[in-house]
Write a protein that binds this ligand. Sequence first.
Ligand code: F6P
Length: 359
Amino acid sequence: MRIGILNSGGDCPGLNAVIHGVVGAAHTLGWEVVGFRDGFEGLLPPGDYMMLDPDKTIGIMKLGGTILGTTNKGHFVAKVGEGNVSQVPVEIVEKAKSTLRHLEIGALIVVGGDGSLTTGLQLYQMGIPVIGVPKTIDNDIQATATSFGFDSAVATVVDALDRLHTTAESHKRVIVLEVMGRHAGWIALYGGMAGGADIILLPEIPFSLEHVAKAVRKRDAAGRHSTLVVVAEGARIETGELLTKERVGGKGEDRLGGIGDHVSKQIEKLTGKETRACTLGHLQRGGAPTALDRILGIRFGAKAVDLIEQGSFGRMVSYQQYQVGDVSIEEAVHQLRLVSNDSEIVKAARAIGITFGDQ
Ligand code: F6P
């Protein structure tokens, strides 16, 4: 048996741990593993790939990024604009099929987020035996309670906030930290709580800058002259608009960014307090995965091989109730897991005095 694996979409800490898991589990079964380079693009004839065996993957688990490379652009993009679906052209899928046939690959593991799994689903529906592995620092795939990469991204946010605390305090400033997460506020919520932020602004909880300014003034009056604000890149300004760095139209998903600067300027205007903005950006995607993400990556990889052995194609590995199981890819895509205003975690944050700018 020979199987293929590719990573697609944005990279994230833990991708190499998945490759390590897949190669290890496949090797135990006596299978060969072909790693395609640069996402689905590696499937285009004649195929851009490398043979993976335990000798090649030794020590990769602790590395950030992916030894296979990845892209969120190219011929196989299935999510465009603000998350609309487009169909991968039939002739492109046929090219991918011919490469897989030529290399005698019996199954393809697609490691990706919502967009890449949407492509994976389309390939499966057009006859390729696909297994999906969820990958997202945003933690926004509904069908899995979590995914590798999220914990590492949160750790980076916490480290940044620990540093921003000291400088904000020295200068009695407000500092606004913009974090990733696309349309979900998980990185902002977890990172903000663990990093001791005072105000957290999320896509899921509409906020008003008047409420934010009120919270800053209240802290000042209580003798707390510095304030840390975490804002998710997908949080909307008061008119409901998303701020973007780049609109890419039919070529992929729009690039979000700019809300941190906007919020920072408005806070300074409304409170008169000196305010600075900091955008954490791709630091959240780079670097070594945490222990949790390495373990999740290995378990997801081993489970993907197990699903191939069972012949359960069209399935996605999923983490639920402390167990790694599986769901159909169809059920998993286009359903974003978002923060709920009524959730226990938001209540806990409010209970300790964190403001979400909604009251
Ligand atoms: O989906 C992961 C993610 O890091 C988002 O949080 C962010 O909006 C986006 O990817 C950034 O993508 P790019 O690397 O293309 O700028």
